[in-house]
Design a protein. Structure first.
Length: 611
């Protein structure tokens, strides 16, 4: 398989974007002026991280990429000493993130790391529940600290109490400190994010590796079924919508709840009737914290929470009301999934001949089941609850910059890097202190306007799925189970790319994410805003999915995604709902159009297209 060289792709500058590199940290650039780094980049395999970034990153939004660049790598390489892999390296081309796992090729070094990993990771596995409880307390405390953070405005004259109380600190200093605290809380949050995550995936990978050695032909999907049917809090926001739908029917206010697609209109209608007020009280209780779930993945500033965009959860509640009225169950088929889980587990366990192997099978499976909920649960605390509050705190910073004419619109702030915002705040507070206009009033609006044009051009660019030198064999486990990047998937993606006319593509191949076969009409949804267009029984085709898409899974017959492996969100949720999924097809949203007839085989990973 041949992929374009990273420096060749980097050199193909989109006209009108010359100089785009200044929008991102310098260490993210593919370089030509450093021979050692250039040779490393050329000989390395880089794949586009469409799982996390299905669109180009705004300059400020790189904060989370930088945060996990550090956090994942440090836990792998410096804290838990994972034997075969260090961290994950990152680059950016035209706003799109490319990543590459950094493996360890020296067998002696791998061996030296093993005892350290066994001691350190073993401590977490043995004390998982107690440590996870401690983790939840740390995360909730961090979120509360974020919620309480005050970003002071700059007064014409400081309050007299500053003098009488001998405070010795100005509002300007407090603003600069508050911004630093805001950013540091974000980085701290992501330190916690990866405290458990790699170990959670590793436990599954250890179990997968052991089972596949016992049964070389077993599909990875069968192994994932053995840890399905587990309750996780990431499903709770959706459960709250179901409760509210039931409550609306019980109180007889379901017509009012369904009276409009706009929350403001529905809320007004409910306030006009006593039972409606009672229902609104139940809604208010559910909103904290569960409506802090993002309408997207939470990785982007425009992924507003349900609390910010109440039309989104309203749509979910209305969907469930319709099902309740029709006498259709709105419960996840958990018992059915668990019964199939237990059947598959016993089927393979009974074939194990050695008692020692059977004992190890039981031990590894028990560990995977114990740690697996964290893999989904952390999403609510970090990407959803924390991020939703964080983005709005940043909007408070933006409001201050707008007041002082550094930016023209609050949403312009995302076009600045976080250190540029700090520079702009220094400009503002020193200008405020001295009584002169800030220089940024002239500097930043022009730059921001140019960057808007650059971002628009980036949106039109199609990033290659991979660049650099493909390895003979991809073995890094997280690359396989989370991102869905294998030698086979790369070959499948390359084969599709070679077909110049998309109309000639009759089949896409991906990972068998969840078993079963379904035929139906496609509905392409690139964002959660389009999920409302889904009709009952349609097949959802998306770049990726996130927990906020949960109501969609109550409607659809199957799911197809561009990116992701057997441990991606779409694959996990479809297994819990007992519906077919094919993930990591590479090109589904580019090739498939809404209304096309599809046959989704979640057992083989094939998607047939009937035009």
């Amino acid at each position: 398989m041949k992929f374009p060289a990273p420096h060749d792709v980097r050199a193909q500058v989109i006209p009108g974007t010359e100089g785009w590199e200044r929008m991102y940290p310098y260490q993210y650039q593919f370089v030509t002026d450093d021979a050692e780094r250039n040779a490393y980049e050329k000989d390395t395999f880089w794949f586009y991280d469409g799982l996390h970034y299905p669109e180009p990153l705004y300059p400020f939004d790189t904060i989370w990429d930088e945060a996990w660049y550090l956090a994942l790598s440090q836990y792998n390489n410096r804290i838990f000493m994972v034997p075969p892999v260090r961290g994950v390296d990152h680059r950016i081309i035209n706003g799109y993130v490319y990543i590459s796992p950094v493996g360890i090729k020296n067998g002696e070094e791998i061996g030296q790391r093993v005892p350290h990993f066994m001691e350190r990771a073993g401590h977490y596995y043995k004390n998982w529940d107690a440590l996870e409880d401690k983790w939840k307390a740390k995360m909730e405390a961090t979120i509360r600290e974020l919620e309480a953070l005050q970003l002071p405005a700059l007064p014409e004259m400081e309050d007299l109490r500053v003098v009488l109380g001998g405070e010795g600190e100005s509002s300007g200093f407090k603003l600069l400190k508050a911004y630093d605290d805001l950013i540091n809380l974000g980085i701290r949050c992501w330190q916690y994010h990866f405290e458990f995550l790699n170990l959670g995936y590793a436990a599954y990978v250890f179990f997968l590796d052991f089972v596949q050695k016992l049964f070389p032909s077993i599909p990875a999907q069968r192994v994932t079924q053995m840890i399905s049917g587990i309750d996780v809090i990431m499903y709770q926001p959706d459960e709250e919508l179901k409760k509210l739908a039931r409550k609306a029917v019980e109180l007889g206010v379901d017509e009012a709840v369904k009276s409009s697609a706009r929350w403001t209109e529905v809320e007004a209608a409910l306030k006009a009737q006593p039972k409606g007020v009672e229902w609104l009280s139940s809604l208010t209780l559910a909103r904290e914290p569960w409506f802090n779930v993002s309408t997207g993945t939470g990785w982007f500033h425009h992924d507003r929470s349900w609390n910010d965009q109440m039309d989104v959860p309203l749509n979910g509640i209305q969907t469930y009301i319709d099902k309740l009225r029709a006498g259709v169950s709105i419960e996840r088929p958990t018992e059915k999934v668990r019964a199939e889980r237990d059947r598959v587990t016993e089927e393979y366990r009974s074939l194990i001949q050695s008692e020692a192997d059977r004992a190890q099978f039981d031990e590894l499976l028990a560990c995977a089941k114990t740690v697996f909920p964290y893999v989904e649960n952390h999403l609510f605390y970090v990407e959803h609850w924390f991020h939703s509050v964080f983005w709005n705190k940043m909007r408070e910073v933006a409001a201050i910059l707008k007041t002082h004419e550094i930016i023209e619109d609050i949403e312009d702030v995302w076009l600045l890097k976080r250190d540029e915002i700090k520079q702009a705040l220094w400009d503002v507070v020193t200008a405020w202190a001295t009584g002169v206009p800030p220089r940024g009033r002239v500097t930043w609006p022009k730059e921001i306007e140019w960057r808007k044009g650059v971002m628009a051009k980036f949106q039109q660019w199609a990033p290659p799925p991979a660049i650099g030198t493909a390895p003979e064999l991809i073995q890094e486990p997280f690359t396989i189970v989370l991102w869905g990047v294998t030698n086979k998937s790369l070959a499948d993606w390359a084969a599709v790319e070679e077909i110049k006319d998309p109309e000639q593509i009759k089949e896409l191949k991906g990972f068998a994410g969840s078993p079963g076969i379904v035929e139906g009409k496609a509905r392409v949804c690139r964002t959660v805003a389009e999920v409302g267009q889904l009709q009952e029984g349609e097949i959802l085709v998306a770049p990726t999915t996130s927990p906020s898409w949960a109501p969609a899974f109550a409607k659809i017959g199957a799911c197809v995604t561009d990116v992701g492996g057997v441990m991606s969100h779409a694959a996990i949720v479809c297994r819990e709902y007992g519906m077919p999924a094919v993930v990591g097809t590479g090109h589904a949203t580019k090739v498939i159009r809404s209304g096309m007839l599809l046959r989704v085989d979640g057992s083989t990973g094939a998607v047939s297209i009937q035009r």
